[in-house]
Ligand binder design. Structure first.
Ligand code: ADP
Ligand code: TPW
Ligand code: MG
Length: 578
């Protein structure tokens, strides 16, 4: 034992949290200050981290979640205790649902007081509340365990199926002092946080054998495939096999939507007609009608359509969740796709191409539907409708394929998804698995911060309201974000009336002709009121060129939308009528 190991230099919980994050390459934090983390936010900024402060924690949480999706590093959201924590928890749960890696770090009150329920400031047993709502949850009580806590949170967020992790840091932890050298030695730089998961060769062979027998094969690409960043191999797999594919919403652009193998414009034909379907990073949940019913050619709403399935997914429990999976391939998408591609290349000219009949039938539907859409898009009604406005957005994304498109709403979402083609991977960010409103400004801020590319957020007027105050955040950090509010005076439409004839308007109706553009002007950004496609085009093009925070209030015919957009059938009243 030596006597000189006691260096006088000390460190504390604040510094150890910062050092642990930095050691793991985390340099950006999305959060909102207050007791007990105000000083942590200051010290993070002082230590050279980018601290992006929001106006509401849910938006900071959504920002962290999408940063995780875009970068494969856990996005970090930092909140205060109880109410701030709960605001952030919504986003953490949404991230977990969408398989986005994020860590919600929240300050919390004194354990001794919380556990005896003695009424501390912002008292809440946050760990217990977070646990069932996310992938993993940890609490650190001692400064020397901060390194372990951060390392475990990172691993849990990004390994296997990515998801949300909660890290509880009680107020007392931050001020705990320990010897600096001991502190430094306690930190962990996580080695290989998301280890590759190699699929079993027999599972790959089983899938290839099934694929080879297909007469009418179809590939469905989901956001897991977009997340995996195996873009070249996925494209090669699609092109080498010649199989038509459908991109799920956030997988649009993984291959350009204009690719000749895209069957998106013939979706309602290919789903029921396909005989072998290969899912790559997509779940057979409600967004794919659970693999059952009339969408898939089943006799009634519960019947299986007779398709055989290959499912490529990192989660072994995903298979058979809704219908039988004949060939599960479990592993990370990069490894799985590479292995399959190896088998296909080895077969060389022996690998069968889909029949001309199948491809011809798809092309016929595509041509017809694309022609119909082109006719609708060419119209120029007054007032503007979703189609004439989105025709402009479609051109602008075509001219700016690197711009990131954020999208939420009902009609504003569904029409944008089908009209606006994407050309590059991970450029379309939207409401995801829950169809949640409120992701808009959080996603837009994070997309701009992590990519430095122009961001265009196409927002329903209702959708925008959930996170609209963050236009101040966009102005404060001078982000290249252009928000386009598709203003149809309400939720779905602006035309509902109160059946009693009373003074209150109908529940779906907002203030008519609201001037959302003035909100952006209030904080120094550019606000534009656009009544025609020309005005919309000019404003958005200028925003993309100038990179100035901009909000374009696009005035849309209030009669133009439909109830719930494309998911009218999920409305209980409509379901009852069926
Ligand atoms: P979509 O909504 O686009 O259909 P889902 O969110 O339903 O997509 O499905 C994404 C799937 O991708 C999840 O089942 C998840 O386990 C899987 N996944 C995510 N990342 C990876 C990865 N790197 N490798 C393999 N599968 C992944
Ligand atoms: C957190 C329910 C789904 S879509 C929507 C709501 C309120 C808004 C639709 O109106 P918008 O779009 O945005 O103006 P448009 O173009 O059709 O007029 N709360 C949450 N999530 C959801 N999904 C809802 C409510 C909903
Ligand atoms: Mg609306």
């Amino acid at each position: 034992m030596t006597t000189d190991t006691q260096s006088q230099e000390m460190t504390d919980g604040f510094n150890l949290v910062i050092d642990a994050l930095k050691l793991n390459g985390i340099d950006t934090i999305f959060g909102l200050p207050g007791i007990p983390i105000t000083d942590l936010t200051r010290k993070m900024q002082a230590a050279g981290m980018r601290m992006i402060s929001f106006r509401h924690e849910q938006n900071a949480g959504n920002a962290a979640a999408i940063a995780g999706f875009l970068t494969q590093k856990p996005g970090i959201c930092l909140t205060v205790s109880a109410p701030g924590f709960l605001n952030g928890l919504n986003a953490l749960t949404n991230a977990t649902t969408n398989c986005f890696p994020m860590i919600l770090i929240s300050g919390s009150s004194e354990r001794e007081i919380v556990d005896l329920q003695q009424g501390d400031y912002e008292e809440m047993d946050q760990l217990a509340i977070a646990k069932p709502l996310c992938k993993a949850a940890y609490r650190v009580l001692h400064a020397e365990d901060i390194g372990i806590g951060v390392a475990r949170a990172i691993r849990a967020a990004v390994s296997g199926r990515p998801g949300g992790v909660y890290l509880d840091l009680p107020a007392k932890l931050f001020a705990q002092s320990i010897d600096a050298a001991t502190g430094k030695a306690s930190l962990i730089k996580v080695v290989d946080p998301a280890p590759r998961q190699i699929p079993a060769p027999d599972a790959v062979q089983r899938a290839l054998d099934l694929l080879k027998t297909a007469k009418r094969p179809l590939i469905i690409l989901g956001k897991g495939a977009a997340y995996a960043q195996a873009d070249d191999d996925i494209r090669a797999l699609v092109e080498k096999t010649g199989i038509p594919y459908l991109p799920m919403s956030m997988a649009k652009g993984l291959l350009p939507d204009t690719h000749k193998q895209s069957a998106a414009a013939a979706r309602s034909y290919v789903l029921p007609e396909a005989d072998v379907v290969m899912l790559i990073g997509a779940r057979l949940n409600w967004l794919l009608s659970h693999g059952k019913g009339k969408t898939w050619g089943g006799k009634d709403h519960k019947a299986w359509g007779g398709q055989k399935y290959i499912q490529v997914d990192i989660s072994p429990q995903e298979a058979d969740s809704n219908v039988r999976i004949d060939a599960p391939v479990v592993g990370d998408i990069g490894s799985c796709v590479a292995a399959m591609l190896g088998g296909i290349k080895a077969a060389g000219a022996g690998w069968p191409q889909p029949s001309g009949d199948w491809l011809g039938a798809i092309d016929e539907r595509k041509t017809k539907n694309i022609g119909k859409m082109a006719e609708t898009l060419a119209k120029n009604p007054s007032p503007m409708n979703f189609h004439s406005a989105l025709n402009v957005m479609r051109d602008i994304i075509k001219d700016n394929p690197d711009a990131i498109l954020v999208n939420e709403g009902a009609n504003a979402l569904d029409f944008t998804r089908s009209i606006v083609d994407m050309y590059k991977p991970r450029k379309r960010l939207d409401v995801g698995t829950w169809g949640v409103m409120g992701i808009g400004m959080g996603f837009a801020v994070a997309a701009a911060v992590v990519s430095d590319k122009p961001v265009i957020a196409v927002e329903g007027d209702s959708a925008f309201g959930f996170s609209g105050m963050e236009v101040e955040t966009i102005c404060r950090y001078n982000l290249p974000v252009c928000v386009v509010v598709m203003n149809n005076n309400g939720v779905y439409k602006g035309t509902d009336v109160n059946p009693t004839g009373g003074a209150d308007v109908a529940p779906t109706v907002f203030v008519k002709d609201a001037r959302y553009d003035k909100m952006m002007e209030a904080f120094g950004g550019v606000g534009v009121y656009a009544k025609t496609p020309e005005e919309l085009r000019k404003a958005v093009e200028e925003a993309v060129r100038s990179r100035k925070p901009t909000l374009v209030n696009a005035v849309i015919d209030e009669t133009a939308g439909t109830e719930s957009g494309r998911i009218t059938s999920l409305n209980p009243t409509a379901a009852k009528k069926k």
